[in-house]
Design a protein. Structure first.
Lengths: 258, 264
């Protein structure tokens, strides 16, 4: 369970990234956070694994206040929160298997990882993860030989290999075309249901949020302006979140092709 | 042909034009002034060149093949000095490069940059003189001179490579729960190793040339023979030495270019 209690984050340049956030994410939920760029979606999600640090309030992950974590505690927290990025962030010159095994780093001793001596179970887990996202035939290809969609699937496999309790996905489909976007969202959704991994996804496409989310959190200017199950959401809700009428480019489209 | 739409001409203001002209005049003036002030006695220079030409140049083109054994021994030593020196430099410069990289050390990187600049301030030949005094007139002095001389430049190059890596990948590894050493090995090294190797090989190429002359101050290698041949006016032997240097340098240049194009 993740719980934000009066969380604020002010960046050194004075920008208020988060403003009085009070949100509770229950185990197993698939939450989509929507909002315009600059609304604080990224800051929200990155607070949970402390890539950014809120300046006040408390943030509980499994009933521990993570805002005080440093060093070892912090690495333990990050080991149970896997992250997926907009730009995949794979090591381009390394092969797919090596990239996926990097998901085990938090569970692996320093010496073993330096000499690439991952345990047999880890290698098998990595291969299973690649199979689950159907990219196992590329196992020995260099990451930079793959297309964007394939790279994002490798990064999903990396997160699966990490066996996290939470998955944080920061705009995972923003660099992909519509069919590939749906493919990636379908995998995330499937993993959420099959492995019971709590998943938080940042999106700015309204139709995708509606299609995949259990619950939607709307953000504007660092504040949560909507929080509720997807059944309560209408086009009007989005107009309130975005503070303007809905436009063509707020939709990803292409659902029927997936 | 008639209705081609051409892009508008760039706006070359009068200010820009006069600036260019003034700079050209200044450079020309500097050049003329330098030549006038070094006071060359052209007549004497011509005369000397004319007198010595037939005694030196033809003999350079008639190498003393009997010296081939000695020359190839010494040339081999030169290559070994360059190799040992470059390897030592490549290893030494890695920690210095990390120390000088802003994205690794923050503001402390200034210290690393100072150290590297200080090292680069010494010409190879001066380092060779210093090491000949310190460890005696042997090839080891040459190796040390090359190692220290090269690690200044390699360290700077390496630190620039480190500063250009994709920090998002570092962040991705942090988000996996990796510790600093794991991040170094899994996210930083794969991004820098090919470029590092490429620069190290290029530097080896430069070091072969450098180590050919270090022997002039007694630091081993073929330079010792150059120094003897020129003081004995033994131009046939000098021809042999030059031939050996030209062949080895060309071969290494060619091989290094091939290897480097494969790496990156």
């Amino acid at each position: 369970m993740i719980e934000f209690k009066d969380v604020n984050l002010v960046y050194p340049n004075g920008t208020q990234g988060l403003k009085n956030i009070n949100v509770k994410i229950n185990d197993g939920e698939f939450v989509v956070i929507v909002g315009l760029s600059g609304a604080g979606k990224s800051t929200f999600i990155r607070s949970i694994n402390r890539l950014v640090t809120p300046t006040s309030g408390s943030l509980l992950v499994d009933n521990e206040d993570i805002l005080k974590f440093r060093g070892k505690d912090l690495r333990k927290l990050r080991t149970k929160t896997g992250m997926i990025f907009q730009n995949y962030n794979l090591v381009k010159r390394s092969n797919v298997l090596k990239n996926v095994l990097a998901g085990r780093l938090g569970h692996t001793g320093t010496l073993r990882s330096i000499f690439n001596l991952y345990k047999k179970e880890d290698v098998s887990l990595a291969y299973e993860s690649l199979k689950r996202v159907h990219i196992d035939e590329k196992i020995y290809n260099r990451a930079d030989e793959l297309s964007g969609g394939q790279q994002q699937r490798v990064s999903i496999a990396r997160v699966l290999t990490q066996q996290p309790k939470y998955i944080l996905a920061d705009e995972p489909v923003a660099s992909l075309d519509p069919p590939t976007s749906h493919q990636v969202m379908n995998y995330l959704r499937k993993i959420n249901k099959e492995d019971k991994i709590t998943t938080l996804v940042n999106l700015h496409f309204i139709d995708m949020a509606m299609e995949y989310a259990d619950r939607i959190i709307g953000m504007r200017a660092g504040e949560v302006v909507f929080d509720g199950p997807v059944s309560e959401v209408t086009e009007k809700t989005f107009e309130e979140i975005y503070g303007r009428a809905i436009r063509e480019d707020d939709l990803r489209g292409g659902a029927e092709q997936a | 042909m008639a209705n081609l739409t051409l892009p508008p001409k760039p706006k070359n203001s009068l200010y820009k034009k006069t600036k260019t002209i003034i700079i050209l005049i200044l450079v020309a003036a500097l050049y003329v002034w330098t030549f006038l002030s070094i006071d060359i006695d052209w007549a004497r220079a011509m005369e000397r060149a004319a007198n010595n030409f037939h005694r030196v140049i033809p003999r350079l083109f008639d190498p003393d093949w009997s010296a081939m054994g000695d020359v190839s021994d010494k040339m081999f030593e030169t290559v070994l000095i360059a190799f040992a020196g470059s390897v030592m430099a490549a290893i030494l410069s890695i920690p210095l490069a990390f120390l000088a990289a802003k994205n690794m050390m923050g503001i402390f990187s200034v210290i690393g940059k100072w150290i590297l600049s200080a090292i680069r301030a010494f010409p190879d030949i001066i380092l060779a003189v210093l090491f000949v005094v310190a460890v005696g007139p042997t090839a080891f002095a040459g190796v040390l001179a090359i190692a220290i001389g090269s690690c200044g430049m390699l360290g700077k190059m390496f630190s620039e490579i480190i500063e250009q890596i994709d920090m998002d990948i570092v962040q991705a590894m942090q988000a996996n729960g990796a510790n600093r050493i794991q991040i170094l090995f899994t996210a930083v090294f794969p991004q820098i190793i090919p470029e590092f190797l490429s620069y190290a090989i290029y530097r080896f190429e430069v070091d072969i040339r450098a180590s050919s002359i270090l022997g002039i101050v007694g630091a081993g290698g073929i330079g010792t023979m150059i120094s003897f041949a020129s003081s004995n006016r033994n131009w046939n032997e000098m021809g042999m030495i030059l031939l050996a240097i030209i062949i080895v340098v060309s071969v290494i240049d060619f091989a290094s270019a091939k290897i480097r194009s494969k790496i990156v």
